[in-house]
Design a protein around this ligand. Structure first.
Ligand code: GTP
Ligand code: MG
Length: 201
């Protein structure tokens, strides 16, 4: 799929305030600083569409972007950012979980994982919660440019082994870099194929 237009629509503090759900929607989620906003910018070829920062905790709201006037891409705040004051953290967790559970047009959740990291409980538990709630998700490994090919393969293979301990069937997985753009086409193609399944009830 070619991205011909990408527009910021709205930042929302809760699911009730999100734009009308007339389009299929895809959310990017993962730990703070994993590269959610950067990947959105790379996918859309707009370097300043979503706000990025080297300091974790940059994205704090539910941000909707309309792509090709046909589907929404959603940038969510990261989870597991230790330095955030507890009440703010709690509020954000509620905002994210209500959004994930209640957004009717949400077609797939992309869980972003830093390809350099060992499997972390916080990510595994998050994916388990998605599965328990029957929410469809895929994994996107980010920052692939930061590892040599061999190390990258090892890291992903370790991740698969860890997931296989508790999952019979593994989710779809993508390996990306927002520096080089590698893997971004596969994500756009994935979205394109899921878009065809969207029906307004
Ligand atoms: P929060 O909004 O704070 O949750 O973070 P985020 O997940 O949106 O991360 P963001 O896109 O802001 O990126 C965090 C940092 O990682 C920035 O300094 C980015 O430049 C860097 N980064 C993101 N993706 C990549 C990548 O693919 N390669 C490299 N080398 N750096 C990346
Ligand atoms: Mg962000």
């Amino acid at each position: 799929m070619i991205v011909s237009s990408a527009e910021f629509v709205k930042s929302s503090t809760e699911v009730k305030a999100c734009p009308k759900g007339q389009y299929p929607e895809y959310a990017f989620i993962g730990r703070s600083n994993v590269g959610k906003s950067s990947l959105i910018n790379k996918l859309t070829n707009k370097s300043k569409l979503a706000k990025t920062s080297s300091t974790p905790g940059k994205t704090q709201l539910i941000n909707h972007f309309l792509i090709n006037e046909q589907w929404f891409l959603v940038d969510l705040p990261g989870y597991g950012f230790a330095k955030m004051p507890l009440p703010v953290k709690k509020k954000m967790e509620v905002m994210i979980s209500q959004y994930l559970l209640q957004r009717q047009n949400l077609m797939n959740i992309y869980v972003l994982i830093d390809s350099r990291h060992q499997p972390l409980d916080i990510d595994i538990e998050f994916m388990e919660q998605l599965a328990e709630n029957q929410l469809a998700f895929s994994i996107i490994f980010t920052k692939a440019d930061k590892l040599k090919k061999r190390k990258l393969e090892d890291s992903i293979s370790k991740y698969k082994t860890k997931l296989s301990e508790s999952w019979e069937e593994l989710p779809a997985m993508f390996v990306t870099s927002s520096e080089t753009g590698s893997g971004t086409n596969l994500i756009l193609n994935d979205i394109e194929s899921i878009n065809t399944l969207f029906h307004l009830d």
